[in-house]
Write a new protein. Structure first.
Length: 138
C-alpha cells in the first residue's frame, strides 16, 4: 500500500478466514481425532491461525488509536498479529510439559515485544524518502 490510507476492509476477509479456519479446525481436531503426532501439529497450526485472526482487528485498532509519526504499512499489522498467534501457541506447547509460570509468560512476552521493537527500529532506519526529479533546483 504505497501512499493509500489503510482501512480495516483490507484485513476483513483475511481476519474472517483465519478465524473460521483456525477455530473450526481446532474444534475438528479436538473432537474428531486421536492424540497422535499429526493431530498435535494441527492443533498448534490452528491455534496460531485462530489467534492471529482474532488479533488482526485489535492490532489494527491500536494502530488507528495510537498513531505513529509515519503511516504504518500493511505488513506490520499482519506481523504483529502473527506474533500474538505464535505467543499463544508457544504457551500452549510449554503447557504440555507443565513449564508455564508467571515468569515464563512475562519473559516470553517481553522477548517478543523486544523483537518487534527492534524490527520496527530497523524498518524506520531503512525507510527512504522518494526523490522526485521535478523538484531538482539545478
Amino acid at each position: 500500500m504505497d501512499s493509500q490510507k489503510i482501512t480495516f476492509r483490507t484485513y476483513l476477509s483475511s481476519a474472517i478466514l483465519l478465524i473460521l479456519i483456525g477455530w473450526g479446525g481446532l474444534f475438528g481436531t479436538l473432537y474428531f481425532s486421536l492424540p497422535f503426532v499429526w493431530s498435535r501439529w494441527a492443533f498448534f497450526v490452528f491455534v496460531i491461525m485462530g489467534l492471529t485472526g482474532i488479533a488482526l482487528p485489535v492490532v489494527f485498532y491500536f494502530h488507528k488509536r495510537f498513531p505513529d509519526e509515519s503511516p504504518v504499512e500493511a505488513n506490520v499489522i499482519i506481523r504483529q498479529s502473527l506474533w500474538v498467534g505464535v505467543y499463544g501457541a508457544t504457551l500452549a506447547w510449554l503447557q504440555l510439559g507443565r513449564l508455564v509460570t508467571l515468569y515464563v509468560i512475562l519473559g516470553l512476552a517481553g522477548g517478543l515485544i523486544a523483537a518487534e521493537y527492534f524490527i520496527r527500529i530497523r524498518e524506520k532506519a531503512n525507510r527512504r524518502i522518494p526523490a522526485y526529479p521535478d523538484d531538482d533546483p539545478s
